[in-house]
Design a protein around this ligand. Structure first.
Ligand code: IMP
Ligand code: MG
Length: 180
């Protein structure tokens, strides 16, 4: 397992400030209506926990786990691994994702939830690696734009490690994406 780069990319203070700003924007857009906030497990659990505590609209929290499935010819697709049943029809939903990397996960989830007829559907990501996009998806709220490097902390892992860090750090020497 590679060693952590000592250089911190985003500090806990910067994260806290940005999460508060994003929550203000989301609350204002929501105009007091109920919001179904959907956490994409596992990477978004800390971000989601901080975000919902700053939102001022009424809300409920839901959880989905998505798995990467490697397909032939370096193509990847996603499958839902785990979902608890919840009502989407006629609801305002907010998909909360840790990172917009290739975009395949968000694209897959937008299609999945669109079929369930929500009143509105928005996407909130903490990090955006624009140089890594393979599909462009509409994202409504972005925390930070970051370079195409492998990052860990604040929920993001490498082999299930480092999720508990309060900041976001670059991890050197990681082969990512795994399929390339
Ligand atoms: P996608 O490529 O946009 O579909 O992202 C898939 C998932 O890969 C994300 O939800 C993250 O869990 C993970 N991922 C992408 N980039 C990183 C990274 O730099 N660090 C840790 N996990 C990552
Ligand atoms: Mg992950």
């Amino acid at each position: 397992m590679p060693e952590m780069n000592e250089e911190i990319l985003i500090t806990r203070e910067q994260i806290a400030r940005r999460v508060e700003e994003m929550a203000k924007e989301i609350s204002a857009d929501q105009e007091g209506r109920h919001l179904v906030v959907i956490c994409i497990l596992k990477g978004s659990f800390i971000f989601m926990a901080d975000l919902v505590r700053k939102l001022t609209c009424p809300l409920s929290c839901e959880f989905v786990q998505v798995r990467m499935v490697d397909a032939p010819e370096n193509r990847q697709f996603r499958e839902i691994d785990y979902i608890m049943e919840f009502e989407v029809d006629g609801k305002d939903i907010l998909i909360v994702e840790d990172i917009f990397d290739s975009g395949i996960t968000i694209d897959y989830l937008l299609e999945h939830f669109r079929d369930k007829n929500p009143r509105s559907m928005r996407v909130c990501v903490l990090l955006d690696k624009s140089e890594a996009h393979k599909v462009e998806v509409p994202v409504d709220y972005v925390g930070f734009s970051i370079p195409r490097k492998f990052v860990v902390g604040y929920g993001l892992d490498y082999g299930e490690r480092y999720r508990e860090l309060s900041h976001i750090a670059v991890l050197d020497g990681v082969k990512w994406p795994l399929s390339e």
